[in-house]
Ligand binder design. Structure first.
Ligand SMILES: [Zn+2]
Length: 308
């Protein structure tokens, strides 16, 4: 699986240096042409910050945990990039890596779901939007799950739900802390209809059993965490951490305004707003996340089973 920085380096070697203004113009033109923003397919040496429009040298961004040096905006990080940032090097053992989605409804919108899945798999190097496994964080064993927004907006279909459920069950059996990093703008995956919706209940039930068994579940919300993902496992953490300025919510602001016919408060659905209103326990910047997780795990003193 190649990381964004690998892809960036390959692309940088192949293409000449592009002056910042041209890169910005090109990026704007691309945005206008494509119906939705492509993620996880970086190119060129420079890119423009989505938040402050500063032009950033891509290598600086990769060295800086993919955080804008000008405004602290947290850029997208792939699942593999995230594992590299969080876990001890080489310690991650991936589970159920070959689990791939079926097409139970024979669904098609602009194109068939089957074709879309193949395309997304090629684009991201992932089989679906979720990666789970076991690893070590500063020597502490844990079970880690991640959703990757580059794969159909990180939406939760049957594979995402099944992997997270199994990971939770493994964490229950092994009495290990569970950390799930959610980056899901899509909520439940409409292409799988009811099979997607039932994943919300399934993962939540597994988390309920994990909770009863005394497990520690830390949910990390990244930009974006929306819809059925926000409405199920992402909100069920014993401790809920958010990255700064992440978009977190259920329906989008336009839908809420159309439904309630009310003016929405400033900054609604941002990490900062949710922290102020008690939905999020702590906002942690990416460079501090590893230490913070280690500290929480130690503080909660997860008891390992006595070796017999
Ligand atoms: Zn910025």
């Amino acid at each position: 699986m190649s990381t964004s920085s690998d892809a960036a380096q390959t692309s940088a070697a192949a293409s000449p240096v592009i002056p910042p203004d041209q890169a910005a113009a090109r990026s704007a033109a691309e945005e206008n042409q494509s119906p939705r923003k492509k993620r996880g397919v970086p190119e060129g040496l420079w890119l423009r910050c989505d938040a402050c429009s500063a032009t950033i040298f891509r290598k600086h961004l990769d060295k800086n945990y993919r955080i804008c040096p000008e405004c602290d905006y947290h850029f997208y990080v792939s699942a593999s990039g995230r594992i590299g940032q969080l876990l001890d090097e080489g310690s991650f053992e991936e589970w159920y890596a070959d689990m791939s989605p079926l097409d139970p409804l024979g669904f098609a919108d602009k194109r068939s779901y089957r074709d879309r899945v193949v395309e997304e798999q090629k684009k991201t190097g992932l089989k679906d939007a979720c990666v789970v496994g076991r690893g070590y964080l500063r020597g502490r064993p844990l079970v880690l799950g991640l959703t990757d927004t580059a794969f159909i907006m990180g939406s939760m279909g049957s594979v995402v739900g099944e992997k997270l459920t199994r990971a939770t069950e493994e964490a229950t059996k092994a009495r290990l802390p569970l950390v799930i990093v959610s980056g899901s703008g899509g909520g439940a995956r409409m292409h799988e209809g009811i099979f997607s919706l039932m994943q919300m209940a399934k993962v939540s039930a597994a988390l309920g059993r994990y909770h009863e068994a005394g497990g520690l579940f830390i949910s990390i919300l990244t930009n974006p965490t929306m819809g059925g993902v926000a409405a199920s496992f992402a909100s069920l953490g014993d401790i809920i951490i958010a990255e700064p300025k992440a978009l977190i919510g259920f329906a989008g602001p336009r839908v809420i305004m159309a439904t309630t016919r009310q003016k929405l408060p400033e900054g609604l659905q941002s990490s900062e707003f949710l922290l102020k209103h008690g939905f999020v326990d702590r906002i942690v910047s990416r460079p501090d996340l590893r230490s913070e997780l280690a500290r929480i795990i130690d503080y909660c003193q997860i008891r390992r089973p006595a070796s017999t």
